[in-house]
Design a binder for this molecule. Structure first.
Ligand SMILES: CC(=O)SCCNC(=O)CCNC(=O)[C@H](O)C(C)(C)COP(=O)(O)OP(=O)(O)OC[C@H]1O[C@@H](n2cnc3c(N)ncnc32)[C@H](O)[C@@H]1OP(=O)(O)O
Ligand SMILES: CC(C)C(=O)C(=O)O
Length: 506
């Protein structure tokens, strides 16, 4: 069996999702979880993109103990210098250099001839290799690149010291058969005197990212690149959890394994969902809420007789446990702590106390606290970036067509609690008006969605808001989770406003 390495780019390509902006602290939390999940290399950002990107890469470089850390660079010496500086404290540093090789990108975007692109690859891979032991090279838009030119570009990178060759399907254009053939062709034809590992980097524009990635593995790729939950530019990147589980379930076919700790998948997916503000679709493969639900009679009958009739993946495989330790309002701190450990959450004593207090409040309202409730409780109340937090929301009904909201907000930096009143034609509008008054900044609300996370009449509510910063045009999504739908709405809108405030202050 071959061992396939996993490179996670949730913090770089994943952050290119419209609306997703991780704070530096959130990125560090995610990187630590990715290390526990078994990721072998983390693309922590694009160090030359901004001071925050640089800071995140350098902090993650310091924090990782067993996982390699890399940063993306154009074929620009300044980008590679920044990466070298940001990664100087990494135990296992790598660098990722890219340039586009397709006719449309070379002519219109780069305004370079094919010969100039080849010269740039030689110059910048050599330069990267003078600063890093391990250099990855990507011919951007490889799948729309002439095959012989692609080979020439890759050969140039290899001749100048690249050890990882990443083949990006930048616009999600390829098909499994075609992509597999590209890997076969390159692996058979690239001449090298050192070991080269090839990897796919797939986007999901035509819904084929997972199939394309697996086709690359079948044809010799030794590493895969992707993101958790498939977040990323446009339709997103390949979802790594789908690749890891497919390799596990179909090892008979792929003859390959990975170091991914599969039963930490759910926790990892939840963390990305929480910090990106993007919920996991119910019908998503591997981690979706319906992934293990059987609705129709014939399926239920089959599963009752033998789960293998309709279940190829068990929930336990990906870390979904069905309440091995039930919690309720009489549960104590020890049981709660044990449950958090079981669900792979780690908190300081102070954070634990806060979550325990929230748990007790929820347990007073809800008969049974399921694992999903605990996850939702943590998702709803824990934000790595909680400088400004919601304390309370109260509503009074002035008349049949006007509501009044009183929202209490706490600012940790200045240790100040403020109450703001506002009116609106509905409860949510009154709450949002109060939050607008607090922040005193322009925000465009693009969408507002409510969902029930847990089941039953006493389910917790999840609210997602998408907003735009009119000053910069940047989109942000944020979520709020609470037993009370109005509090969940207030949390989500407050977090979205806090993002915009942070962006405007930069
Ligand atoms: C497919 C991908 O995911 S690629 C990665 C995408 N990620 C990002 O873009 C990260 C965020 N980007 C940024 O912060 C900025 O674009 C920066 C800091 C990288 C560059 O900013 P600027 O210098 O203002 O340039 P701008 O973004 O306007 O244009 C990009 C320039 O880089 C050039 N370029 C693009 N890719 C490459 C490359 N791989 N190698 C060399 N030059 C490149 C473009 O041709 C353009 O050059 P020009 O200014 O001579 O026309
Ligand atoms: C820079 C490369 C790897 C990329 O992100 C892409 O082409 O999608």
């Amino acid at each position: 069996m071959r061992k396939i390495e996993f490179l996670d780019t949730s913090l770089r390509d994943g952050e290119q999702t419209p609306g997703v902006n991780f704070s530096v602290q959130e990125k560090i939390d995610i990187a630590k979880q990715l290390e526990k999940w078994g990721i072998s290399a983390i693309e922590a950002g694009f160090p030359a993109a901004s001071p925050d990107s640089f800071l995140a890469v350098s902090e993650i470089a310091k924090a990782m103990t067993s996982t390699a850390v890399t940063g993306l660079c154009r074929c620009v010496k300044g980008d590679i210098d920044k990466a070298s500086l940001a990664l100087k404290d990494a135990k296992y540093p790598q660098v990722h250099v890219f340039i586009a090789t397709s006719p449309v990108h070379m002519e219109y975007k780069l305004k370079m001839t094919p010969d100039e692109v080849i010269a740039s690859i030689a110059e910048h891979v050599t330069y990267a290799r003078s600063l890093f032991e391990i250099v990855e090279f990507s011919p951007e838009d490889a799948t729309r690149t002439d095959k012989d030119f692609l080979l020439k570009a890759v050969q140039t990178a290899v001749d100048n010291g690249a050890t990882y060759i990443n083949i990006p399907d930048t616009v999600g254009y390829t098909t499994p058969e075609e992509f597999g053939q590209i890997f076969k062709f390159l692996i058979e034809n690239v001449k090298t005197d050192h070991k080269i590992i090839f990897s796919p980097h797939c986007h999901d524009d035509l819904g084929m990212a997972t199939a394309n990635t697996l086709a690359a593995i079948k044809n010799g790729a030794g590493r895969v690149e992707g993101t958790v939950n498939g977040i990323g530019e446009r339709a997103g990147n390949v979802a790594l959890e789908e690749v890891a589980v497919a390799l596990h379930i179909r090892k008979d076919y792929y003859q390959a394994t990975s170091d991914i700790v599969l039963n930490r998948t759910k926790t990892t997916a939840d963390m990305i969902s929480r910090y990106s503000g993007l919920s996991i679709p119910k019908n998503k493969a591997v981690t979706g809420g319906n992934a293990f639900a059987h609705e129709s009679g014939i399926h239920q009958d089959g599963v009752l007789k033998n789960p293998e009739t309709y279940e190829i993946i068990t929930p336990e495989l990906v870390g979904i446990k069905f309440n091995s330790l039930p919690l309720g309002k009489l549960s104590g701190r020890h049981a709660f702590k044990e449950k958090l450990k079981e669900l792979e959450f780690e908190f300081t004593d102070e954070e634990l106390n806060q979550h325990f207090a929230n748990f007790k409040k929820l347990a007073d309202k809800k008969k049974e606290i399921t694992d999903e409730d605990v996850r939702a409780l943590i998702l709803g109340h824990n934000s790595a970036d909680s400088e400004i937090t919601l304390e309370d929301v109260r509503l009074s009904y002035n008349s049949s067509d006007e509501q009044e909201a009183r929202v209490s907000i706490f600012n940790k930096a200045i240790q100040e609690s403020k109450e703001i009143d506002a009116k609106g034609s509905g409860s949510v509008e009154a709450i949002f008006n109060a939050i607008d008054n607090y922040f005193d900044q322009d925000v465009t609300l693009e969408s507002y969605e409510i969902d029930a996370i847990t089941s039953g009449i006493d389910a917790q509510a999840e609210v997602q808001v998408n907003v735009t910063n009119p000053k910069t045009g940047t989109h942000f999504s944020a979520r709020g989770i609470d037993y009370d739908v109005l509090k969940a709405s207030a949390q989500a809108y407050l977090r979205a406003n806090a993002f915009i405030k942070r962006e405007n202050e930069k």
